[in-house]
Structures are given as structure tokens and as C-alpha cells.
Write a protein that binds this ligand. Sequence first.
Ligand code: HPA
Length: 274
Amino acid sequence: MSAIKDRLDRAQASIASRIGGPIEVGIILGSGLGGSAKIVEGAVQIPYAEIAEFPRSTVVGHAGILHVGKVAGRRVALMQGRFHLFEGWKAGDIRLPIYLLRRLGARTLIVTNAAGGLNPSFRPGDIMLITDHLNFTGANPLVGDNDDQIGTRFPDMSDAHDRDLLEVARRVAREAGQPIREGIYAGVLGPSFETSAERRFLHLAGGDAVGMSTVVEVIAAKHCGLKVLAFSIITNVATGGPDQQPDHHLDILRVADEAGVRLAGLLPLLVAAV
Ligand code: HPA
């Protein structure tokens, strides 16, 4: 038995009696979206501390609760609070909750985050559909032994952000009258914000938004067969241009909270459609 399989067995066994039947969709809420955990109807709320092998959220704005219940009539497990490499978690720890969602039955994972806008046409408050990502974290959750029962040693990432789900998201946003941007998410380690030179580099490299999460989760999700749909809330201008303003975490959380309400409005529609 692989070490990760043991850990997953323990995690699943520790919550099995509280979960009920299988879930269909996993959701990870990033900064600013924490309030939308209330979209889960009839939720069983399980603090991460009560899930064996689970890491604990240490960041302000990340509550650390798994909500299991219904959204738009579908069974979901929603993670209110996520794990970041900058907290000191290893990429191998961050994948565990993702694999657990898959084990609980999820076929689809919806991920949200807060991100800086590298693309000069983006404004704070914009919602960006992530069409692809650049992994600049220096980490990969699949380093080490591979468990072939979870996924293949060399998983394809050409379709990491599922093309069909991108189409679904475009349609849902259009029908809801919610304008969305599209772009490539550059994932970095953090926790310091990027220098202006780094931001100009990330934009030249193809990035439209930069953030400190998501890429490790998406790689793990693709590895274990979850289809991924991911969104960024653009919380700050991060072009590294001559007008670049200093970044403050509390300002970022404020913008994420305001715009998060609009993205939260889309979530049930997305859950119904994916
Ligand atoms: N950089 C990295 N992470 C972020 C940013 C940023 O500018 N804004 C929100 N998360």
C-alpha cells in the first residue's frame, strides 16, 4: 500500500459516517469567497482539524471547514479554506484533500482564488476564467512515488483546465449577464508579493494573473481524473509598470470580498451545469 493511499484511507474513514452518499462536485473557495460557503444547503460542516491527515489552514480569510451538502440539487463537498505552499505545506500535502474529494465521488472540481492582474486591461474586481496556467512555484504535487491506482506517472496537462468546462462557464456567465475575463494564471510560491520586474516577466511569459495557489491543486486534480474549472478574482493591479502601487493583503481581501459576491452568484449555476 502506498503512503498516500494509507493517508487517504485514514482521512476517508475519519469522516465517512458524516458524509452520507457520494458527492458529485468539489469546490475550493479562495480568499474573498469564504462567505459563499453558505450556498451549501443542509450542510454537514466538518472542521479540517477533525479530518485525519488533513492539513490545517493558517491564513486569515481561510476558515478551514469542509461543507458537505447540496448546491443546485447536486451533492457537493466545499472546502472553505485551502492550503498554500507558502504556509510551509509540501505540494504532497496539498494534493491530499484533492484526492479525497475524488475518493468521495467528485468528477469535477471548481476552484477559486484571488490574484493580481498582470494583464494591463484587467481591473480590480474583474472575474477571470482560468484557461491555462504557468507553474512557477518550483513545486509539483506528483514528485515522489506514484500510486498508479490514483493516476499515471506522467499525466497529460494539455487539457488541465477542461475545454468543455470552459465552454460551460462561458455560457453560464453569458446567460447570467455576468461579464468575465479570460486568461492564464501564473502560480508563484509567495508569500512576498512579486517585484515589479517579476511581474513584467510573468506577463511577458504569458501570464494574465498571478497568485500563490491553485496550480498544485489543479495538477493533483488532473492526475486523479478530476475535471477542473478555475476562476480568479482580480484583486489588485500587478503590472509592475511605472504606476505600480504597493500591495496590501487587507486591501486584497476587501476587493476579493466585494467581487466574490458576484462569483458566488455564479457558483450554483456552474454546479448545475458542469
Ligand atoms: N500576487 C500574488 N498573489 C496575489 C496577488 C498578487 O498580486 N493578489 C492576490 N493574490
